[in-house]
Design a protein around this ligand. Structure first.
Ligand code: ASP
Length: 418
């Protein structure tokens, strides 16, 4: 973690991010006890927002250029298809597993009567629900610039895939533009490194605000549902990711989690997979992932692979059902697994997006969408955990695919020597 330089020990960025987070927690507790939550929101949070803005500012160029460049560097479309297919399968399978884990623990808590049943049901929540077919149609852009301008991720990915595929298919004609995409990607990554350097400060300000504002709200009847979600998050990380890293990628899970820590903390505090994407790429590559693989697999994952969001959807569906006194049948649970897997694909990698998509899941099993109001107040806390899982899952896939690709070309696994 630290390295000796000229007699002085220099802390790594990861260590500084840790320090930023703990200092933020300490400051948050202090401001909360002094009843100064307004102060943190008005004067500290804006600095955190600047940090998130800067990360988001790079999201469109990173996604467009890294996916297009990823496709081009894979050199042939068939390879893009094989890697893409494996990635998609891995993402869907781990998301479905996440749902099963989430539903399991939520049902255990419910059967122990640890979830409340509400007396009143007159909750006001303006649901912005989205319907499944429309979500699918919206993946395909009708305007080449709109996805760039609106940072609309799924259509942006489709545009990037077409751009990469077009460059590859154009042969000689595609060479110059392919070179341009590669150069532009390199430049973007350099800008990115400048922004990543301020992460410890960004993390500090964001953490201080969350703790100062939510300190008291964490306790109460919602504590149990938050607890279930975090138990399920942890089990998924340990069991599913641990298994994947250890057995599929042959990497020590400890090495993996240590290497991913800066990205995980950034996800925890920014609650946005998109904003964290630059760090996810950086950490995965440092761990030994093939850059051409990670630049394709990770932006895709930041957009469509949301294991944490899936767990959250499973847990909160059972919680809301319990509050309204509704018993969910096994068939309804299966429906939740299916719709929540799809809903998590449609969930944008931005703060709070999962809560909006939860409406779709609740509707699919006839649960009142207004129930979202019950948990909306503490969504940030759920979001911190789910975003951390979302990006960690992406990285496990990038490492796994990298292992397959390295073995195919007979290259040694860099992590095997460590
Ligand atoms: N904030 C999550 C993410 O960016 C999405 C969600 O709200 O579930 O990964």
């Amino acid at each position: 973690m630290s390295q000796a330089s000229g007699g002085k020990r220099k802390l790594s960025l990861a260590a500084w991010i840790f320090i930023g987070m703990f200092a933020g927690i300490a400051a948050g507790i202090a401001f909360n006890m002094l009843n100064m939550a307004d102060f943190t929101t008005n004067y500290l949070k804006p600095f955190g927002t600047i940090y998130i803005n800067l990360l988001k500012f790079l999201v469109v160029p990173v996604v467009l250029l890294s996916i297009a460049n990823g496709v081009v560097s894979l050199k042939d479309l068939k390879r893009v298809g094989t890697i893409g297919g494996k990635t998609f399968l891995y993402y869907m399978l781990t998301t479905a597993l996440a749902l099963v884990i989430g539903l399991f623990f939520a049902n255990v808590f419910r059967s122990l009567n640890w979830f409340p049943k509400l007396e009143t049901t007159d909750l006001a929540y303006e649901a912005k629900s989205s319907n499944l077919m429309q979500t699918i149609v919206n993946i395909f852009p009708s305007n080449a610039l709109a996805p760039l301008v609106n940072a609309d991720m799924l259509p942006l990915i489709v545009s990037a895939l077409f751009l990469g595929a077009g460059i590859l298919s154009a042969g000689e004609h595609g060479k110059r533009i392919g070179q341009f995409v590669e150069d532009a990607y390199e430049v973007t990554m350099k800008i990115l490194m400048m922004i990543i350097k301020i992460s410890p400060f960004g993390v500090f300000f964001l953490m201080a605000d969350v703790i100062a504002v939510n300190g008291a709200a964490i306790v109460g009847s919602l504590a149990l549902v938050i607890l279930v979600a975090f138990i399920a998050y942890t089990v998924h990380v340990v069991v599913v990711y641990g298994f994947s890293v250890n057995f599929l990628s042959k990497m020590s899970p400890l090495t993996f989690f240590k290497g991913m820590a800066p990205a995980m903390i950034t996800a925890f505090t920014t609650t946005s997979s998109n904003a964290t994407l630059p760090l996810t790429i950086e950490c995965s590559n440092n761990l030994g992932a093939d850059p051409e693989v990670s630049s394709f697999v990770l932006p895709l994952g930041a957009t469509i692979n949301m294991d944490g969001t899936a767990i959250y959807m499973g847990v909160t569906s059972v919680f809301i059902a319990s509050c309204y006194g509704v018993d969910l049948t096994l068939g309804q649970m299966a429906t939740i697994v299916l719709t929540a897997t799809l809903a998590s694909i449609g969930t944008a990698g931005v703060s709070g997006a999962g809560m909006i998509m939860l409406a779709m899941v609740l509707q699919s099993v006839n649960l009142p969408v207004a129930g979202i109001a019950l948990i909306a107040g503490v969504d940030k806390l759920f979001d911190m955990g789910r975003t951390t899982l979302n990006i960690t899952g992406d990285a496990t896939c990038a490492i796994w695919i990298s292992r397959i690709e390295k073995e195919k070309r007979g290259a040694p696994l860099p992590w095997a020597e460590k």
